[in-house]
Write a protein that binds this ligand. Structure first.
Ligand code: GLA
Length: 388
C-alpha cells in the first residue's frame, strides 16, 4: 500500500473497500518516562505520547460484520462475523485480534455497536516496546465510539481496550499503554494513578530547560517477553498475598523495608522491592517536574533502570549497553522503557550532548556486533483524536 500524503485517508480506504469512510482517527504510541511494572500493581506511571501513530479510516456497517485491513500486513482484508467475536475462538489470529477484541469488549459492556470497515496505517514500530498494539486498540475504540455515538471518555475506552487485550488477545498487560494512547496531551506526561484511573497532565517542557529526551530502539525483540511478563506479574501477586494487601500499591512507602523483611521467597522479595521503590521514584519525578527542575529526574531514571535490571530482572544486554554507554558519554539519566527484554530505552541529555550520546550508543552497538539502534527525539504529542 502506498502511504501518500494522507496515509490512512479516504483515498486509501476507498481503494480497499470501494466506498468513502466516515472519518479518520489516530492514536499514538508511547514511551513511559518512569513507573515500570507498576500499573498491574495499582501503582503510578508517567507515560508520554509519541508523534508516531496508528491511523484508522472507518465506516459503519449495518450487517454486524467487522472487516479490517492494514497497509503494514500482507494478506488483505480480514472479515469477522459476530459469531467469531468470542474470546478463545481460534478464528481470530494475529493482529486482527486487537480490533476484534475491542469490538467484543464494547459489545460485552452493553454498548450498541454494529459492524465496521477499518483500514489501518501505523508508524509506531511493532515490537519496540512503544505500544503499537495499544495504539491499534485505542484508535479502533475511538473510531467505533464516534461512529456509533457512544459518548465514552478516554479513561473508559482505555479500560475496555485493556479488557480486549487481557481477555480476547490473551496478554495480561496493565492499563498504562491504553490510557496513554487515549488521554495524553502535547507537551505533557500523564501522571496516572492506575487504581483510581485518575490522572494529571504534568508539563514536560524539556527544550525550555536545554534538555532532550531520546528514545533508542535496540531492535531486539525477545520471544521470551510474554511468558516472563506473566511470571513477574504473578510474583507481584504472590508478594501482595504474602503481605496481606489487595495490591502492592497498598504498602505505604515508610513501611516498605519492614514489608520486604516479611517476604521469605527471594525472587518475590526482589520483585516487590522494585515495585515499591519505583512508585516512589514516580512521585519524586513528578515533584521534580512540578518544581521546574527536570534535570534532577536523570538519577531517578537511572535508579529505575538499576532496579529493573537487578531486582525485577527484565532488562537485557542491549538495553544495559544503551544505558551504560549513554551515562558514560554524559547523559543525565537513562533507563529501559516498557515491558523489557528488548525494545527501547530512554535517555535524558543536555541539548549539547545529544549528538555525542547518540553516536556513542551507535558506536557501542557496532563494536558489540549488534544491529544499528534507532535513536529519535521524544516530543510529547497528542493522545487519540479525530483527524478527518
Ligand atoms: C507493558 C504493558 C504495560 C506495563 C509495561 C511495564 O508495556 O503493556 O501495561 O505493564 O509493560 O511497565
Amino acid at each position: 500500500m502506498g502511504q501518500g500524503a494522507d496515509p490512512a485517508g479516504p483515498r486509501a480506504f476507498r481503494a480497499v473497500y470501494g466506498a468513502a469512510p466516515d472519518g479518520v482517527w489516530a492514536a499514538p504510541g508511547r514511551v513511559n518516562l518512569i513507573g515500570e511494572h507498576t500499573d498491574y500493581n495499582d501503582g503510578f506511571v508517567l507515560p508520554v505520547a509519541l508523534p508516531q501513530t496508528c491511523q484508522a479510516a472507518a465506516a459503519p456497517r449495518r450487517d454486524g460484520l467487522l472487516r479490517v485491513h492494514s497497509s503494514g500486513v500482507p494478506g488483505g482484508v480480514v472479515t469477522l462475523t459476530p459469531e467469531q467475536l468470542v474470546p478463545g475462538e481460534p478464528a481470530v489470529e494475529g493482529w486482527a485480534a486487537y480490533p476484534a477484541g475491542v469490538l467484543w469488549a464494547l459489545r460485552g459492556a452493553g454498548h450498541q455497536v454494529g459492524g465496521a470497515d477499518l483500514h489501518f496505517v501505523s508508524t509506531v514500530p511493532a515490537g519496540a516496546g512503544l505500544s503499537s498494539s495499544a495504539a491499534l486498540e485505542v484508535v479502533t475504540a475511538l473510531a467505533l465510539n464516534e461512529l456509533y455515538g457512544l459518548g465514552l471518555g478516554g479513561g473508559a475506552l482505555a479500560r475496555l481496550c485493556q479488557r480486549a487485550e487481557n481477555e480476547f488477545v490473551g496478554v495480561p498487560s496493565g492499563v498504562m499503554d491504553q490510557t496513554a494512547a487515549a488521554c495524553c496531551v502535547p507537551g505533557h506526561a500523564l501522571f496516572l494513578d492506575t487504581r483510581e484511573l485518575s490522572w494529571r497532565q504534568v508539563p514536560l517542557a524539556l527544550p525550555a530547560h536545554g534538555l532532550r529526551l531520546l528514545a533508542v530502539d535496540t531492535g531486539v525483540r525477545h520471544a521470551l517477553a510474554d511468558g516472563a511478563y506473566a511470571e513477574r506479574r504473578a510474583a507481584c501477586e504472590r508478594g501482595a498475598a504474602a503481605l496481606g494487601v489487595a495490591a502492592l500499591r497498598d504498602v505505604p512507602p515508610d513501611e516498605a523495608q519492614s514489608a520486604l523483611e516479611r517476604i521469605a521467597d527471594r525472587d518475590v522479595r526482589r520483585a516487590v522491592g522494585h515495585v515499591l521503590t519505583e512508585n516512589e521514584r514516580v512521585r519524586r519525578t513528578v515533584r521534580a517536574l512540578d518544581a521546574g527542575d527536570p534535570a534532577t529526574v536523570g538519577p531517578l531514571l537511572t535508579a529505575s533502570h538499576t532496579s529493573l535490571r537487578d531486582d525485577f530482572r527484565v532488562s537485557c544486554a542491549e538495553l544495559d549497553l544503551v544505558v551504560d554507554t549513554a551515562l558514560a558519554a554524559g547523559a543525565l539519566g537513562a533507563r529501559m522503557t516498557g515491558g523489557g527484554f528488548g525494545g527501547s530505552a530512554l535517555v535524558l541529555v543536555e541539548e549539547g550532548a545529544r549528538e555525542r550520546v547518540g553516536e556513542a550508543v551507535s558506536d557501542a552497538f557496532a563494536r558489540a556486533g549488534h544491529q544499528p539502534p534507532r535513536v529519535f527525539d521524544v516530543e510529547p504529542g497528542p493522545g487519540a483524536r479525530r483527524l478527518v
